[in-house]
Design a protein around this ligand. Structure first.
Ligand code: CMP
Length: 138
């Protein structure tokens, strides 16, 4: 069990003005922000970040969407961070997300689902390293 996870607030949520509300829920959920960045991915960067899904039928759509607008990337700290963050955000498909979860409140579809959360401790490290150097973490 690791104590860090990685998240992105996706282009659908940043463009609708949900960034502040989502960060507020993350902080109130007990997570400490260790690194934070407001940025925009190129298609090449989005493709590289999601390369694990390269063979999936939705990969092209995912890459196009994730490079379509601004995102917020963050490394978060909490005991049992990966599992607890996935509970906070809810199911990948917002139609299946529990009441009160971030995706239930802010996501509109499985593709435009407001936030990303790492699915394992190993991927949390890989994804955090994708966005942040050692100098950008506190
Ligand atoms: P995320 O947690 O960022 O990890 C991979 C993303 O792929 C996922 O959230 C969804 O946004 C997206 N995704 C998963 N399944 C589908 C699907 N069937 N159609 C479109 N996008 C999908």
């Amino acid at each position: 069990m690791s104590n860090t996870t990685f998240t992105m607030i996706k282009p659908d949520a940043t463009s609708k003005g949900y960034t502040g509300a989502i960060l507020d829920q993350i902080i109130k959920g007990g997570f400490t922000i260790k690194a934070l960045k407001w940025t925009k991915l190129t298609t090449e960067q989005a493709g590289a970040f999601y390369v694990v899904h390269k063979e999936r039928p939705f990969y092209g759509e995912l890459v196009e969407f994730m490079s379509s607008g601004q995102i917020v990337a963050a490394i978060l700290e909490k005991e049992n961070a990966v599992a607890d963050f996935r509970t906070l955000i809810g199911a990948t498909n917002p139609a299946e997300a529990a009441e009160g979860t971030i995706r239930k409140q802010f996501a509109s579809s499985i593709g435009e689902n407001a936030v990303h959360g790492s699915d394992s401790d190993e991927n949390a490290v890989i994804e955090g390293n994708f966005f942040f150097s050692a100098l950008e973490r506190f």
